[in-house]
Write a protein that binds this ligand. Structure first.
Ligand SMILES: *[C@@H]1O[C@H](CO)[C@@H](O)[C@H](O)[C@H]1NC(C)=O
Ligand SMILES: *[C@@H]1O[C@H](CO)[C@@H](O)[C@H](O)[C@H]1NC(C)=O
Ligand SMILES: *[C@@H]1O[C@H](CO)[C@@H](O)[C@H](O)[C@H]1NC(C)=O
Ligand SMILES: *[C@@H]1O[C@H](CO)[C@@H](O)[C@H](O)[C@H]1NC(C)=O
Ligand SMILES: *[C@@H]1O[C@H](CO)[C@@H](O)[C@H](O)[C@H]1NC(C)=O
Ligand SMILES: *[C@@H]1O[C@H](CO)[C@@H](O)[C@H](O)[C@H]1NC(C)=O
Ligand SMILES: *[C@@H]1O[C@H](CO)[C@@H](O)[C@H](O)[C@H]1NC(C)=O
Ligand SMILES: *[C@@H]1O[C@H](CO)[C@@H](O)[C@H](O)[C@H]1NC(C)=O
Ligand SMILES: *[C@@H]1O[C@H](CO)[C@@H](O)[C@H](O)[C@H]1NC(C)=O
Ligand SMILES: *[C@@H]1O[C@H](CO)[C@@H](O)[C@H](O)[C@H]1NC(C)=O
Ligand SMILES: *[C@@H]1O[C@H](CO)[C@@H](O)[C@H](O)[C@H]1NC(C)=O
Ligand SMILES: *[C@@H]1O[C@H](CO)[C@@H](O)[C@H](O)[C@H]1NC(C)=O
Length: 700
């Protein structure tokens, strides 16, 4: 907390940061002559050919391992990030001062933005180089991302990353260059311990009751133009017999972060696994022993180039992960295990990321799943994205009254304590990757909820540095706003108002660490308004934080609740799930449509060049005036316009807003001059682009 507290905690500091770092100011600040530089090179034998990638350098108090604590709420580290392009063993890469992150040589630091401002002192310093692979997706766009490899896509030090030794450095405050050499490479087994063949077809070693499967996904491999795999960790119930052809079991699909070799509920853990395996729940509170509910528990493994999991839906940036899990992997599981392959016997559960995934799974695939028990899900309704009023605010980091929007909180003795703001967390993420490639929380939301930008990367909903919200980009999030999606498809051919009734169970605590109770309340408000009170079964428990099982139940009460839902809704139950609520016409999140809405072709269709009209009266009668439109650009692109006469710029280039109408009355033009409007667009992560309008001949 040392530097965090000093520099970024107060509202004033955030406002200053936002105010003093527009793009132009960053460019001017890149004077490294009197500052601190870090020079990086790659030792022989550690890189064949060249690579693009991202370097993160961490300074930590002397004698500490910089990887020991990299968390935004507690790390003592100074983080600096920079993209690198075409580096080879012979290259020397220099990080210095601050220029525009996402351009060649651009450096971004957190919580200290510029290397020049690193306080004098003794540090342990280490650098990491994450390698990017350039791929061409099936929709024609090309991007450079890091593909994980059975390691759960950590945000730093993932499989194949180059690392330097931890180096003691004394920073003097005078001009100085720190030299670091990449001379080590991170292997898969550094993380997972034992996954066999993590990058491809392999699995962990099975036990009696915990089984691992992995398949090459045809749809994902086709989309990404390379082999892609999805897997699952499967816990079998006590008494499961592979040779018994009569007995079949319902399945709990437990969603959540990368589970490595652990099963759902982080099985095997002492206690749970023991009772699960022997089929007896130990009695307590005067209750006798009772049998464990007999179900199969499944946890998916679906790491993606953007995060430790894909959010289990089809999205323009991740690709068809929903189809890979639900149309390829589940049929494989149904084929190889004794499941009851019926919607009533497929239940989605999970918390947080898994909370969102589990409810989205039922909302998008009511044909496949019976119900969800979703706990403290990520934002269900973007009227509150965590605590950000995303549809109405102009800035994601500041409230309208100027105070910082918090991101992570704790309650101590009933008093709320803010551990990080949205600005801090986003600025920290930026040191691990630009264009939403940090493999961290806010970035993965951009990649799942948003569409693809013209540059091939997620169309970010706000400027990651200043927090300025781009409403036009946010509009593209609506199809992943689950409340919006339900209400929009309430009584059309999807018929969700009837189809989903009684199938969505959601729990959150009012003291959720990430303000996720806000989005749940918005979801409840909107669905209750159309469906009547209690349309979705929502529990908000007072003063409960993030974590725990559904409704904060003890594990067996939780599993018994789910099991009783399945019994009640089975063919012999009290309220069997009718056939007409599991029809394919209610299936949503169709990947063809998702891609048509937000993939590369959609990004191309959003664009238009500038155009001009007019010049009708330049022969003398009336004024000679041209009207110009700047064309259409991605949200957040800053524009500069230039009138051009016969190929030569006339007057100064000037800033214009998107959608702004321009006019021009030529004064210097002579007969037979051709008038044109050139518009240059600039945005972090985009290549500067100048587009030229049609030309009109002056008839004067
Ligand atoms: C470089 O290529 C050689 C020969 O194919 C291979 O043995 C070596 O492992 C490669 N090194 C790296 C760092 O990829
Ligand atoms: C780095 O500094 C720490 C703390 O001062 C010390 O314990 C350690 O031995 C030093 N490491 C090297 C390689 O000099
Ligand atoms: C840094 O370490 C050196 C010895 O390596 C010591 O002389 C100096 O006082 C230390 N500086 C600070 C600021 O602790
Ligand atoms: C390389 O990194 C691994 C950890 O990933 C570490 O165990 C090993 O000691 C390092 N090797 C060298 C030469 O620093
Ligand atoms: C079993 O779980 C209880 C409650 O979570 C815990 O108090 C106990 O220590 C656990 N026992 C073992 C052997 O892990
Ligand atoms: C099953 O395991 C539980 C502990 O989880 C234990 O209390 C119980 O005695 C065991 N039952 C049998 C039949 O082994
Ligand atoms: C700004 O508004 C928030 C939320 O309503 C409130 O908690 C905070 O105290 C206000 N801050 C100031 C400086 O008025
Ligand atoms: C919370 O209460 C405990 C016990 O009274 C006290 O030791 C602690 O300092 C309090 N913490 C805060 C943040 O007030
Ligand atoms: C399903 O059929 C039942 C009985 O015919 C009917 O009451 C119900 O409205 C239908 N539900 C849907 C979603 O079509
Ligand atoms: C909501 O679900 C809980 C179980 O989680 C159940 O006890 C309660 O009766 C349900 N409420 C309604 C209104 O159906
Ligand atoms: C439903 O009950 C019938 C008759 O008792 C039985 O044959 C059948 O197996 C039961 N089905 C299920 C899914 O339990
Ligand atoms: C998805 O939509 C496309 C085009 O609208 C359609 O051809 C296709 O059948 C749909 N796929 C599914 C699984 O419904």
């Amino acid at each position: 907390m040392r530097f965090l507290g000093l520099l970024c905690d107060s509202l004033a500091a955030i406002a200053v940061l936002a105010a003093c770092l527009p793009v132009a100011a960053l460019a001017q600040a890149s004077d490294s002559s009197s500052g601190l530089a870090v020079q990086l090179s790659i030792a022989n034998g550690f890189l064949n050919g060249t690579t693009d990638g991202h370097v993160t350098v961490m300074f930590t108090p002397s004698g500490t391992d910089p990887m020991e604590d990299t968390d935004v709420t507690s790390s003592p580290n100074l983080f600096f990030g920079m993209n690198v392009y075409g580096v080879a063993t012979a290259s020397k890469v220099t990080m210095a001062s601050t220029s525009i992150i996402n351009t060649v040589g651009g450096v971004w630091g957190f919580p200290i933005v510029s290397l020049d401002d690193v306080p004098a002192g003794n540090y342990s310093v280490q650098a990491f180089l994450t390698k990017y692979e350039k791929v061409t997706r099936s929709d024609g766009s090309s991007i450079s991302v890091h593909f994980p490899c059975g390691d759960g896509a950590p945000n730093i030090n993932g499989f194949g990353s180059l690392t330097t030794a931890i180096t003691n450095v004394s920073i003097t405050g005078d001009p100085q260059t720190v030299n670091l050499v990449f001379n080590n490479v991170t292997a898969t087994d550094a993380f997972t311990g034992k996954e066999i063949g993590g990058c491809s077809q392999g699995n962990y070693e099975d036990t009696e009751t915990l089984k691992y499967v992995k398949i090459r996904s045809e749809v994902l491999s086709k989309f990404w133009g390379r082999s892609m795999y999805v897997g699952a960790n499967i816990v079998l119930p006590s008494g499961y017999d592979a040779d018994d052809t009569a007995t079949r079991y319902p399945v709990i699909y437990s969603q959540g972060h990368w589970a490595a070799d652990a099963g759902p509920f982080r099985y095997p853990t002492a206690n749970f696994s023991e009772a699960w395996d022997n089929g007896t729940i130990p009695g307590d509170d005067g209750r006798a022993d009772r049998p464990t509910p007999k179900m199969i528990l499944v946890n998916f493994r679906h790491e993606s180039p953007w995060y430790d999991d894909s959010y289990a839906v089809n999205s323009a940036n991740h690709g068809p992960f929903g189809d890979a899990l639900y149309d390829e992997l589940i049929p494989y599981i149904d084929e190889h295990f004794k499941t009851i392959p019926e919607p009533y016997a497929r239940i989605q559960v999970g918390g947080s990321t898994g909370g969102w995934e589990s409810i989205a799974g039922v909302i998008f695939r009511p044909d496949l799943f019976g119900a969800c028990f979703s706990s403290y899900p990520d934002s269900l309704d973007f009227h509150r994205h965590q605590d950000i009023p995303l549809y109405t605010n102009t800035n994601a980091y500041l409230r309208t009254n100027g105070s910082a929007i918090p991101s992570i909180r704790d309650f101590e003795n009933g008093t709320q304590v803010i551990l990080a703001t949205v600005a801090q967390e986003n600025h920290w993420e930026l040191t691990f990757g630009t264009s939403s490639r940090s493999s961290l929380q806010w970035d993965v939301w951009n990649s799942v909820f948003g569409v693809q930008g013209l540059n091939g990367y997620p169309l970010e909903p706000w400027n990651k540095i200043t927090g300025e919200i781009y409403p036009a980009a946010v509009q593209y999030w609506r199809h992943m706003d689950l409340a919006d999606y339900i209400v929009t498809n309430w009584n059309n051919s999807y018929n969700l108002g009837e189809v989903l009734r009684g199938r969505l169970y959601v729990y959150v605590g009012s003291w959720d660490d990430y303000f996720l109770n806000e989005g749940v309340q918005e979801f409840q408000k909107r669905t209750d308004a159309v469906g009547g009170r209690g349309w979705a079964n929502i529990t908000i428990l007072p003063e409960k934080p993030h974590g725990g099982n559904y409704q904060d139940r003890e594990i067996w009460d939780y599993l018994e609740l789910v099991y009783s839902w399945i019994q009640d809704h089975g063919p012999n139950g009290t309220t069997p799930l009718p056939r007409n609520v599991t029809v394919s016409s209610s299936r949503g999140n169709n990947f063809t449509e998702v891609l048509a809405y937000g993939g590369h072709q959609a990004a191309l269709k959003r664009q238009a060049p500038p155009s001009i009209t007019g010049g009708d009266h330049c022969d003398g009668a009336g004024g000679c005036v041209f009207q110009g439109s700047v064309g259409r650009w991605d949200p957040g692109v800053e524009l500069e316009a230039q009138w051009v006469v016969s190929g030569k710029p006339v007057g100064e280039a000037f800033g214009v807003a998107q959608g702004e109408a321009l006019s021009y009355a030529p004064t210097t033009a002579t007969k037979r001059s051709s008038i044109q409007l050139w518009v240059t667009g600039r945005k972090l992560g985009y290549v500067d682009e100048t587009r030229k309008s049609n030309g009109i001949m002056l008839k004067r």
